[in-house]
Design a binder for this molecule. Sequence first.
Ligand code: DGL
Length: 269
Amino acid sequence: MNNSPIGVFDSGLGGLTCVKQLLQLAPQEDIVYLGDTGRVPYGTRSTDTIIKYAMQDIEFLLSRGVKILIAACGTVSSTLPHSISDALPVPYLGVVESTAAAAVKATKTGRIGVIGTPATIKSGSYLRAIDILLPSAVLVKNPCPLFVPLVESGYVQRDNPVTRMVAEEYLAPIKAAGVDTLIMGCTHYPIIKDIISDVMGPEVTLIDPGKEAAAAGMALLKKLDMEALRDCSGARNYFVSDGIENFHQNAELFLGSLAGGSVDQIAID
Ligand code: DGL
């Protein structure tokens, strides 16, 4: 048993898709969330910059005494080398392994699509993870660099013509390849899953990385006997590196009725 908080971070607010799932799975857990909203997006940056930013995020969460770190960010998960994450003082997990496993479980044809930030797609992280689990799988990938700024700007309504047009453009080659499963390889994308689903069609199963990482994180805590043992509801402390107004505007969008807790701005570098 361990009552220290779960640390979750992302370049922005997309990681709240993971927090939402954690709140549903384990309302008794304290959560500290960091969204590096002052420097989002990460996915168009160099490997060195992504690692530097991720380490600053991790150091901040460690300073808050977290018992586990969840990189609720496809870009960081695909970029941070194991040599760094394995050496951290608390257990660390990203989104790639659990999301790849969910996609392999869901596919019937073995044809799987992956969308993500340019850094995630370039890293080949999903290709490697799926190859281990299902070597016969055919992976069709495409980076979607405009999705993150569209989501952070609140262009998320199902009938938003701008986001729909961008989605049609990005998803066309994946749809044409006839996949039956699509990994939304960035934690921002589930926020526009209705639009993605409308474009891909109802027969394509969408895999949500935040949801899978939350379940994997809780399974790991259970395995390590590090779950909180409290009946009351846990505290939620959200931190952002830019103004808190944007968080307040979008929190309900990301967290729905589970929104609540403190929100503070910090200087991350
Ligand atoms: N949510 C992040 C991810 O999963 C967004 C990355 C970015 O900032 O570009 O990749």
